[in-house]
Design a protein around this ligand. Structure first.
Ligand code: SF4
Length: 485
């Protein structure tokens, strides 16, 4: 009798655990999304807003490896960044601290950038450990790099010392543009087209990794946009289409970071002009209002896919059926963890469909519309066979100028809103920020703009003391010393 009671209670416990884990949306995720939504300024709480409904926003690390071996113009890092030693133990410990805090306030899942100086200056073991820490806290990590490393580095990152793969999938953002200085073989590119072989070589390393070790990848292409390269955007977009990138992200340059590296008038860059150039490259208009990511003045995102040379949006902002599909996505699927293991995700979706059967009709009719817009079944099948269908998201993220962020933040810290239009706009954007950095020491998350404009200088000055560069004795001094002895 006693043994049976134990068996039954264990079975009940397991069933309850199974039911909990198969809950389509984690209750904690639901709660953090609701808190995020409730804290957003009124002007961005639109029907299209993903923040607080689909996502809590992106995260990035800071102060974990500030150093870089390129000299780009502009550079968002403070002038002290390059005087800080790359130190794997510091990186891993600091990533752990920041991720633990992010996990505690932003819930079990988020996309997080392993970012700072140049990530490939980390020893591959330390880089791998940092990624593992991020995953342990439910963060989907993306490593940010200038892409100037060899396949050997990537392989040592991806495989453990025993030769077995550490990760099923890696995500990287590779930054390639003419503002950069220091790439091996092309210290200074005179045109964006000069960089195409380097962009391609970067993607090919990941293709090789997949072929040799079965490790999948997601690659984003990052570009700093300046008055000097804005005209080349259409060619960049066209060139990147087949390389292996699934995201093209454009960041108009801002007056932030090391002022010695500011070369042009970045205030001359207009958002509409840049977006029009991206559209010219994509060969079509790029709808960014049907799914908004924070404040439109900060972010524009167009989610879609290529079928051959043509790009199509996942949702058409002029189609009422697609607007209804978007609403269903937010209302019924908002907060679902799409990165969950496949079997778990399928179990959750089945449960969701049982309770919301209309999702089947909504999904099928959405799929039918995509097929129709993409040219019909035969065109899509042919493109599939030729491997000419590829997801591609276009992003524009406009960091703000430090001279605007500093006073805007100071006022926000005092609970005041400015009457000056430019500072007011900056404040509204900071309040709507989609991209935050964790500060466990103060118990706060801050917008990346505040990190770079306000906090980085003091943080890096402290890191110079904590992690000084090794002293190098100059040759002449060394020789003269030898001469005296
Ligand atoms: S406030 Fe700054 S970091 Fe945040 S989304 Fe806007 S531009 Fe990006």
């Amino acid at each position: 009798m006693h043994a049976w009671t134990g068996v039954v209670s264990r079975a009940v416990r397991k069933t309850r655990g199974f039911i909990r884990v198969c809950a389509p949306i984690d209750p904690e995720t639901r709660a953090v999304l609701a808190t995020r939504w409730g804290g957003l300024p009124e002007h961005i709480r639109t029907d299209a807003q993903t923040l607080g409904r689909m996502a809590v926003g992106c995260e990035g690390t800071h102060g974990v490896f500030p150093r870089c071996n390129f000299t780009c113009t502009p550079c968002y890092h403070s002038r002290d960044a390059n005087h800080v030693r790359v130190d794997g133990a510091h990186t891993v410990a600091e990533v752990e601290r920041q991720m633990a805090f992010a996990r505690s306030v932003r819930g079990p899942h988020a996309h997080t950038q392993l970012i700072g100086g140049e990530v490939s200056l980390l020893d591959p073991e330390d880089h791998a450990e940092a990624l593992a820490v991020m995953r342990r806290y439910g963060r989907e990590p993306m490593s940010f790099t200038h892409g100037d490393f060899d396949y050997e580095y990537l392989e040592r990152l991806a495989l453990g010392p025993d030769g077995r793969r550490r990760f099923k999938r890696l995500s990287f953002a590779g930054h390639f543009d003419t503002t950069m200085r220091g790439r091996r073989g092309l210290r200074r590119a005179s045109s964006e087209a000069d960089l195409n072989p380097y962009r391609q070589a970067f993607c090919d390393m990941f293709r090789r990794l997949r072929a040799e070790h079965g490790i999948h990848f997601f690659l984003a292409h990052n570009i700093t946009v300046t008055p000097g390269n804005v005209a080349e955007i259409p060619d960049i977009v066209r060139s990147c289409r087949t390389m292996g990138f699934n995201m093209c992200s454009f960041q108009p340059a801002a007056f932030v970071g090391d002022e010695r590296r500011w070369k042009e008038d970045y205030r001359a860059l207009a958002a509409d002009e840049i977006w029009a150039k991206i559209e010219e490259g994509a060969g079509t208009s790029l709808p960014f209002r049907i799914l908004q990511t924070g404040d439109e003045r900060c972010n524009r995102t167009a989610f879609g896919y290529y079928v051959g040379e043509r790009w199509f949006p996942v949702l058409d902002e002029t189609d009422p059926s697609d607007l209804a599909a978007r609403d269903a996505l937010f209302n019924d699927l908002g907060g679902i963890h799409w990165g969950a293991p496949k079997s778990l995700l399928v179990a959750r979706l089945i449960r969701l469909v049982i309770t919301h059967p209309r999702l089947i009709v909504t999904s099928l009719s959405w799929f039918g519309r995509r097929l129709h817009h993409s040219g019909g079944t035969m065109v899509v099948l042919r493109a599939l066979l030729r491997r000419e269908i590829a997801p591609m998201t276009f992003v524009m993220h406009r960091f703000m100028h430090a001279d605007d962020v500093r006073p805007a933040w100071e006022l926000l810290e005092r609970g005041e809103m400015s009457d000056e239009p430019r500072i007011r706009e900056t404040q509204e954007r900071l309040q709507s920020c989609f991209y935050a950095m964790a500060h466990p020491e103060t118990g706060r998350l801050v917008p990346a703009c505040v990190q770079h404009s306000v906090l980085d200088p003091a943080e890096n000055a402290q890191l110079v003391i904590d992690l000084p560069l090794p002293r190098v004795r100059s040759k002449s001094r060394s020789e003269s010393t030898h001469g005296r002895s």
